[in-house]
Write a protein that binds this ligand. Structure first.
Ligand code: ATP
Length: 229
């Protein structure tokens, strides 16, 4: 569903992503794990088109999207939940979700979104900024999902979220994958979270993928050793 080949990304003269390759199938969750500063956010920003890749290719469902602007990548089926959630604090929950509909013809938020996130239905008239961190994360995921993506990209969704809510987010992502049969690519540092959702785990270090394993049988000690400072 998503095929990334030899992707390189630079800030000015300084290359930060040094030729990344991965493939994610439909209905598969891939976790990209790495410590702070290893390149996760840079990778995700370049996948969605906020940062230009300097070379390589990004193929979504058979179509090269690496040279398209962000909004066309979204229209083609990529959706992005940024690190820090970046919801609009002064818009209501409903307005935040509706902002994800821009690439679609409809302006109606499907009911299934509120079936996945019942708390957002209750809070639909509240300002986004008044929600808890976990609720804001649900809102950011809901906003990404209304564009009917084929691939959902999430950058460190558990950051700053309390452990009990992290479990809920894992449950929701598994439910989304089961219901929508989409591919999910998530960057993370929390191993218990990725073990609960991922079919495959890849470790990113200094802008390269240096290790990859099947999720269920993953050697957790080994992955944890890469994540230790
Ligand atoms: N705007 C920028 N200009 C120059 N260098 C940058 C910029 N943003 C990030 N970098 C550098 O790129 C490298 C990768 O950073 P990136 O934010 O992608 O890592 P990360 O794995 O997402 O870490 P974190 O979890 O802290 O966000 C780091 O060395 C960082 O200093």
């Amino acid at each position: 569903m998503l095929e990334v080949k030899d992707l390189r990304v630079s800030y000015g003269q300084s290359e930060v992503i040094h030729g990344i390759d991965f493939v994610t199938a439909k209905d598969e969750t891939l976790a990209i794990m790495g410590r702070n500063g290893m390149g996760k956010t840079t990778l995700f920003k370049s996948l969605i088109g906020i940062l230009p890749g300097s070379s390589g290719s990004i193929v979504l469902d058979g179509r090269e999207v690496g040279n398209l602007p962000s909004h066309e990548r979204v229209a083609a089926g990529l959706a992005y939940v940024p690190q820090g959630r970046m919801i609009f604090p002064n818009l209501t929950v409903m307005e935040n979700i509706e902002s994800g509909l821009e690439t679609l013809k409809t302006s109606k938020v499907p009911d299934e979104i509120f079936d996945l996130f019942p708390v957002l239905r209750e809070m639909r008239k509240r300002k986004g900024g008044n929600l808890s961190g976990g609720q804001q994360q649900q809102l950011a995921i809901a906003r990404a999902l209304v564009s009917e993506p084929k691939v959902l990209l999430l950058d460190e969704p558990t950051e700053g979220i309390q452990p009990s809510i992290i479990k809920d987010i894992a449950h929701t992502l598994n439910e989304i994958r089961r219901m929508k049969k989409i591919a999910i690519v998530v960057s993370e540092q929390v191993l218990s979270f990725t073990m609960a959702i991922a079919d495959r785990l890849a470790v990113i270090e200094k802008g390269k993928i240096i290790h990859e394993e099947e999720g269920k049988s993953a050697n957790q000690e080994k992955i944890a050793s890469y994540l230790a400072v």
